[in-house]
Design a protein around this ligand. Structure first.
Ligand code: PHE
Length: 339
């Protein structure tokens, strides 16, 4: 019996397999119903008792060696198959799942290009700000409602430290650091203490523009905004400016564009007016220039600011503002084709 065991051991060691079938044949030859190892187990019954312990161990070891070898042969066969067909198992599977860019990023990028072509540089600033940069230097009176708890998030109840409610604060920081001519756009997140709904959110994105130089006029502002609207919404778009009020601009205006859905005829989106409000703007108040050590007798400037979500809503006809923040891939996937 010992020699049979040795024989089988050698057979296992030397066996070569070209295919899964060869391996299966080996398994049947050794461990099938009438296999050589199976037969050893039945012969084992007749072994004298005093040899049983040792031989039993040998036969068990042999069986384990056979099973191990079979597995080894299978593994190496599969490994070589992959090598032969040059498959890179680390590559992502088909269909390749490309991501899409967020609509807010898409709109921002478009705005960078439009204003960039007019010479505006991008500047960014902190989201946590002090009262001076968000309100005081922008000519907000001490009791202005925008400073109220209902609109502004304060940091740890410190009335001096706030989450910026607009990126005009970045315009102030630019005026502190640069001398005119200044031509910047300030994109970024802003925060207002509003209840979240389809039309309002406590976080949104803005882009604000500032141009200061000698002889900057309201006509320059109007022409810049007309150029922007035509680039973004198409050459047919019309604009109109309505008088408005902001503490930091004088005169101030709000700009509407002709409704891009109904072409100005009137529909649900423009509430049957034919117009959609998209931004605030005006000539920089001389007080703001003087607060920032820019001589208002020499320089004038214009500023404008808009919400990116609002622009994206109009451009992509999104009805609910919350979609921009929920990261639902069913929404985001719809922007795959937009470059
Ligand atoms: N800062 C204003 C806002 O957040 C927008 C604005 C910017 C208006 C510049 C006029 C000039 O609503």
């Amino acid at each position: 019996m010992q020699s049979k065991i040795e024989n089988i051991k050698n057979k296992i060691k030397d066996f070569k397999a070209e295919s899964i079938k060869d391996i299966e044949d080996l398994r049947i030859l050794l461990l099938g119903k009438k296999g050589e190892i199976t037969r050893l187990f039945s012969e084992f019954r007749d072994v004298p008792n005093d040899q049983k312990k040792e031989l039993g161990q040998h036969i068990n070891n042999l069986k384990n060696a056979a099973l191990e070898r079979i597995q080894q042969l299978k593994d190496s066969l599969e490994g070589s198959k992959i090598e032969k067909s040059d498959i890179d198992v680390t590559l992502p599977p088909f269909p390749l799942n490309f991501g899409s860019r967020h609509p807010i990023s898409l709109v921002l990028e478009e705005l960078y290009n439009i204003f960039g072509s007019l010479g505006f540089k991008i500047v960014e600033g902190p989201e946590i700000e002090d009262d001076w940069h968000v309100f005081s230097s922008l000519n907000f009176p001490k009791d202005h409602p925008a400073r109220d708890m209902q609109d502004t998030f304060f940091i740890e109840s410190n009335p001096d430290i706030v989450l910026r409610t607009h990126t005009s604060s970045v315009q102030v920081r630019t005026m502190e650091q640069q001398k005119p001519p200044i031509r910047v756009i300030c994109p970024g997140r802003v925060f207002r203490n509003e209840a979240i709904s389809a039309r309002a959110h406590c976080i949104f994105h803005q882009i604000e523009g500032l141009y200061i130089d000698k002889n900057v006029s309201f006509a320059d502002l109007k022409q810049t905004l007309l150029y922007f609207a035509r680039e973004l919404f198409g050459s047919d778009v019309k604009i109109r400016l309505r008088p408005s009020f902001f503490p930091f601009t004088e005169p101030s205006a709000e700009m509407d564009i002709s409704c891009n859905l109904c072409g100005g005829k009137g529909c649900g989106v423009c509430k049957h007016t034919g117009w959609l409000e998209i931004l605030g703007c005006g000539m920089v108040d001389p007080n703001v220039l003087d607060f920032n050590n820019i001589d208002s007798k020499i320089y004038t400037g214009f500023a404008f600011g808009m919400g990116i979500e609002r622009i994206a809503m109009l451009k992509y006809q999104v009805k609910d503002l919350r979609l921009y923040f929920e990261n639902d891939t069913r929404f985001l996937n719809q922007f795959k084709s937009v470059l």
